[in-house]
Design a protein around this ligand. Structure first.
Ligand code: DOR
Ligand code: ZN
Length: 346
């Protein structure tokens, strides 16, 4: 079957973004807000978004940075060992918090204040279960004895499976899955568990990080895995199944902190994310499932309506910019900088 020259889909949402703060926020947020109607905003600022009052203030700054676009930031709480279930409940009931994020302490960027042991937040998890408030998990164990490429698979066995068993009503989003084990697990876990799939994990495998030399702009967490896992992610995302939905995990860091002796984890994919997803679905012969993945499955999981307006993607080649200027930094290099993409949003 020949593939169409253009497709229309309901406007997508991004169920996992890092928008940062200050000048970085002002520079990067429009790339998300110009395409996506809503986005789940990660709370891992340098000073994390822990309290409802933190989220109210951060949401205001995001709305200022995206003024005129109609973009709706969906705020999340950063869980710590000391999270107060009553503040979380109030934030959720007041419509400030849509979900809460579990960063195992030390797992990734700005996760130092994260949860040191899931059992320490049992009362918070019970409250979330009672409220049907989704728990978003960065699914990696942090024990130094576990190989970095095995951290997600071990997290399933040691943390996620027991957690879901203990809390039979808890809704969970397994964020940015990177392994065939995670794909299988989510499929089997039933409608209360969903997963986001990033575009970079659909495109790169772990060898790409070392192609011709070390490629710091392809380093993110969870780190990309073997080709067989990439193929499992493509198959899952393009299947149209309700449990898989779009979450870019766009995570900008300035070029100087990426290209360093100890480079930061994170891939800034927002400037070409929807186009690259379209290209990946096209290559998989599954363009007809792009709308489910990008625009329908996420809202259904979160109990929201899908967006009513539509976007059009056209088969048209364009070049991703080499760098996005951010005042006070050396700029941010987007995913696939300088590369040609075959789909374009009109
Ligand atoms: O690569 C990543 N970057 N993974 C994360 O979990 C966090 C993110 C960031 O904030 O930079
Ligand atoms: Zn993230």
């Amino acid at each position: 079957m020949t593939s169409p020259a253009s497709i229309k889909i309901r406007r997508p949402d991004d169920w996992h973004v890092h928008l940062r703060d200050d000048e970085m926020l002002a520079a990067v947020a429009p790339y998300t807000a110009n395409v996506f109607a809503r986005a789940i905003v990660m709370p891992n600022l340098k000073k994390p978004v822990v309290l409802t009052s933190d989220a109210v203030a951060y949401r205001k700054r995001i709305l200022k940075a995206t003024d005129g676009t109609g973009f709706i930031p969906l705020m999340t709480a950063y869980l710590t060992d000391a999270t107060n279930p009553s503040d979380l409940e109030k934030g959720f009931n007041d419509g400030v918090f849509v979900a809460a994020k579990l960063y195992p302490a030390g797992a990734t960027t700005n996760s130092e204040s994260g949860v040191t042991d899931i059992n320490k937040i049992s009362s918070v998890i019970e409250k979330m279960e009672e409220l049907s408030m989704p728990l978003l998990v960065h699914g990696e164990v942090t024990s130094p004895d576990i190989d970095v490429f095995d951290r997600e698979a071990v997290f399933i066995d040691r943390v996620l499976e027991p957690l879901l068993k203990k809390h039979q009503g808890l809704k969970v989003v397994f964020e940015h899955i990177t392994t065939s084990q995670a794909v299988q697990f989510v499929r089997a876990a039933g409608p209360r568990v969903g997963a986001t799939v990033t575009i970079h994990h659909m495109i790169i495998n772990r060898s790409d990080m070392f192609k011709g030399g070390i490629r710091p702009h392809l380093y993110c967490l969870p780190v990309a895995k073997r080709e067989q896992h990439r193929l499992a992610l493509v198959e899952a995302a393009t299947s149209g199944e309700k449990c898989f939905f779009l979450g870019t995990d766009t995570a900008p860091h300035s070029v100087n902190v990426k290209e360093s002796a100890c480079g930061c984890a994170g891939i800034f994919s927002a400037p070409s994310a929807i186009e690259l997803y379209a290209q990946a679905f096209d290559e998989a012969g599954a363009l007809e499932n792009l709308e489910s993945f990008a625009s329908l499955n996420g809202p259904a999981f979160y109990g929201m309506d899908a967006n009513v307006d539509e976007i059009t993607l056209t088969r048209e080649s364009w070049k991703v910019p080499e760098v996005i200027e951010v005042p006070g930094t050396g700029g941010v290099a987007p995913f696939m900088a300088g590369k040609e993409i075959q789909w374009k949003i009109s």
